[in-house]
Write a protein that binds this ligand. Structure first.
Ligand code: AMP
Ligand code: ZN
Length: 113
């Protein structure tokens, strides 16, 4: 999608600190980190968000989470991390290209705000 911020980051049109890329997923540092690790993992296919995803996207959503787990392992934060999808504006979704937040490297409290 031409005007989507995260599609533009993937194409290298907007600078980012890339962490990982494979055939289906792309990961980069969040610009406003909420912990020592805060990485965003996105599918290369433009999907607006979880509620716009269809059964065709099942594998892709799983792949995003497995990319998050791989990065968490590489960073040795497996003693506690969180993967989060904010869905809709009231949950704080501000970019409408599906993304998994990987947050860790500090103690995480529950419930989140
Ligand atoms: P959400 O609020 O769940 O839609 O998450 C969007 C995330 O994207 C926020 O955590 C922002 O800090 C992050 N973000 C926005 N613009 C950029 C950017 N140019 N590079 C990296 N992360 C960004
Ligand atoms: Zn996009």
């Amino acid at each position: 999608m031409p005007d989507c911020l995260f599609c533009r980051i993937m194409r290298g049109e907007v600078p980012s600190k890339k962490i990982y890329e494979d055939e289906h997923t792309f990961a980069f540092e969040d610009i406003n980190p909420q912990g020592p690790t805060h990485v965003l993992i996105i599918p290369k296919k433009h999907i607006a968000g979880l509620k716009e995803a269809t059964a065709d996207d099942t594998e892709l959503i799983g792949r995003c989470h497995l990319t998050a787990a791989r990065i968490a392992k590489e960073r040795s934060i497996e003693d506690g991390y969180r993967t989060v999808l904010n869905v809709g504006p009231r949950a704080g979704q501000s970019v409408f290209h599906l993304h998994v937040h990987l947050i860790g490297g500090r103690t995480l409290h529950w419930p989140p705000g």
